[in-house]
Design a protein around this ligand. Structure first.
Ligand code: FAD
Length: 434
């Protein structure tokens, strides 16, 4: 077996590592193309919301932490108009300071409709090494892992048991009532969550849903680490290049982390496959109406056409291999399914708020986007029945920002798997030289 080449079934799925790898060879170039089209590369996000859980004063002064905004003239008017009407018509929204969630959502939604925030061109802001590290970064990761401790917070338990969607309000309210209240939250964080959860994972009593929660978070963390190592800045030479030692330290010596990246790939692909008929009909057009015949509008229409074609190809690949790679009906089916799902959702929503505590703008941008992409996948898998996924019955099911986050998150994971392949080759070269 090659270096860092897991084989056999990926736990909690019906899929093999080998299947994901061979699929990724075809998928990655298509996703790479897809996320460069105007619909997919523009994401509206508020990067300047206060951290609701603790006083966050860690500003990353490194130039690479900064985010470049999009050219506003590139943003079609219809995105703002449509999103505004969606918010007005949705009766079950709840939210804090400019963001909201609906009953079925797994996270707070960053949206075209929010007053705050700005459009970011994702292609101008690649996820890579920024130098953000130390106590602030560790505090955020620790808080995220501790959301895995279902039932730890009494407030969260109470709210989940009453079937309420206000769990986050109990915690987000900390922000309104000042930082003192945040102490309660950070007290929960005294132990190192990761190790705690790892210990718990060995426990056979841990239910599948909790394992899924941990895998999703650990897979996200591992994927971010892979990007950091793959686009690493050598601070002495100023050159960007893959750093094999970084990969060995953070990933290769922790095979379970790598395995969780594959798990996220399966989860996201299955969600994309399940929502395929809906996504294929999604309006990803960015060109103005046919009335406009100027050169720019005509070029935009041609580009939209290519984007639709590429989307179709991505959906075809996902459906071909992942139609059965993950069976969502294996989860949330037991006696406590409803309660467990409410808890799962409220914890995941908290993770989307913890992202406001990340002390580096670019890391926050990609952190928020990927939590939203994973949250969208979880919603598609666990919250929506096939009738809801019928685009004729439910045309406004997913907001534009959810679709953008879903595909960009899949692209992040797919790029991570391609980077692992690069690291394998680099390792083989070092072995041959020895
Ligand atoms: P960390 O990655 O901070 O990990 C802390 C501890 O968590 C480790 O010691 C280990 O015990 C455990 N752990 C690590 N990985 C896993 C895993 N996959 N599963 C389970 N447990 C694990 N930095 C950048 O340079 N660019 C970015 O784009 C970027 N984005 C970020 C986004 C978010 C949301 C956060 C919170 C941080 C981000 N960072 C980014 C910082 C980066 O993730 C690391 O925190 C930083 O590089 C310091 O790494 P570290 O080696 O100290 O360990």
């Amino acid at each position: 077996q090659g270096y860092c080449s897991p084989s056999g079934p990926i736990e909690s799925t019906h899929c093999l590592y080998e299947t994901v790898e061979s699929l990724n060879t075809a998928l990655f170039p298509k996703l790479q193309k897809l996320v460069h089209y105007p619909f997919f590369r523009h994401y509206k996000v508020d990067l300047y919301r206060e951290c609701p859980f603790w006083y966050e004063n860690a500003f990353c002064m490194n130039r690479d932490c900064g985010v470049e905004a999009a050219d506003e003239s590139e943003i079609p008017e219809k995105w703002r108009a449509r999103a505004l009407s969606e918010v007005r018509h949705s009766s079950t929204t709840d939210g804090v300071s400019g963001c909201y969630f609906r009953e079925q959502d797994f996270c707070y939604i960053e949206d075209d409709a929010t007053q705050d925030g700005q459009y970011i061109d994702l292609t101008l802001n690649p996820e890579r090494f920024t130098g953000y590290a130390g106590a602030s970064a560790h505090q955020v990761w620790r808080a995220i892992y501790e959301e895995n401790c279902f039932g730890l917070s009494e407030a969260a338990m109470d709210a989940a048991q009453s079937g309420s969607q206000h769990v986050i309000s109990a915690l987000a309210g900390l922000s309104a009532s000042g930082n003192d209240a945040g102490v309660g939250f950070s007290k929960l964080s005294e132990g190192w969550g990761t190790e705690m959860v790892k210990g718990a994972l060995k426990n056979d009593d841990m239910c599948e849903e909790k394992k899924v929660y941990y895998r999703v978070i650990s897979g996200l963390h591992a994927s971010i680490s892979i990007h950091i190592c793959h686009e690493y800045l050598d601070q002495t030479t100023g050159e960007w290049s893959p750093n094999l030692q970084c990969f060995i330290n953070r990933l290769a010596t922790h095979p379970e982390r790598l395995s969780n990246v594959y798990f996220n790939a399966v989860l996201l692909l299955r969600a994309v496959a399940r929502a395929g008929p809906y996504l294929e009909k999604y309006d990803i057009g960015t060109a103005p109406s046919l009335r406009y015949t100027d050169e720019r509008s005509v070029a935009r229409r041609a580009e939209d056409h290519q984007a639709r074609q590429t989307l179709k190809e991505v959906l075809g690949l996902a459906d071909g291999e992942m139609g059965k790679g993950f069976d969502e009906s294996d989860f949330f089916a037991g006696q406590d399914a409803k309660l467990l799902k409410e808890q799962f959702k409220s914890h995941f929503r908290n993770v989307s708020r913890i992202m406001d505590c990340v002390g580096c703008d670019k890391c926050r941008l990609w952190g928020k986007l990927q939590v939203s992409g994973l949250g969208t996948a979880l919603k598609i898998l666990f919250e929506l029945d096939d009738k809801a996924l019928d685009p004729r019955r439910n045309p406004d099911l997913l907001q534009r920002s959810e679709v953008v986050a879903l595909f960009n998150t899949l692209h992040r994971v797919s790029e991570s798997l391609a980077a692992v392949e690069d690291f394998r080759k680099m390792y083989a070269v070092t072995q041959a030289e020895e």
